[in-house]
Design a protein around this ligand. Structure first.
Ligand SMILES: [Ca+2]
Ligand SMILES: [Ca+2]
Length: 147
């Protein structure tokens, strides 16, 4: 679905770039709330090993590792800022990139995921789809675990 969404968006942008007059409905916009909800819930569905409908810290870390792998587009086992610039701020990157060699490694990334999980979890143990959507902390967590 995420792939479909980005294809739809890029197709939309290509049209917008070539056609001078575009109706407002055809202009690419931010993913809708429903799109974001689908992304959030799909990440939970993929990693909810104990099937309680929520992510615990272990499940979230696993999702974060998969996201890390996907984001590491040049395959050098670390994340350079351009690889994650659409997900996290330069300040967050700098704070968690403690060893300044080749960007963030998996341990540093997982530390970031853990910190964001702690901030996002309402009950201090788990996060739900709604947690990943309704609070800034939840959206910050979603940014580092979806792929
Ligand atoms: Ca679970
Ligand atoms: Ca990389």
């Amino acid at each position: 679905m995420i792939r479909k969404l980005s294809i739809a968006l890029s197709a939309c942008c290509a049209v917008a770039a070539t056609v001078a007059t575009v109706s407002p409905a055809a202009v690419a916009s931010e993913p809708t709330f429903d799109d974001r909800r689908e992304i959030a819930c799909s990440i939970i569905a993929k990693h909810d090993r104990d099937r309680d409908g929520r992510l615990n810290i272990f499940e979230a870390k696993r999702a974060g590792k998969k996201a890390f792998k996907t984001l590491d587009t040049n395959g050098n086992w670390t994340l350079q800022y351009p690889e994650v610039g659409s997900r996290i701020s330069p300040a967050a990157f700098d704070r968690y990139d403690r060893i300044k060699i080749r960007g963030m490694d998996r341990i540093e990334w997982t530390r970031l995921v853990k910190a964001r999980f702690r901030a996002a979890s309402q009950d201090r143990r788990t996060v739900t789809c709604d947690d990943l959507l309704m609070s800034r902390e939840g959206r910050d967590l979603l940014a580092v675990i979806w792929y």
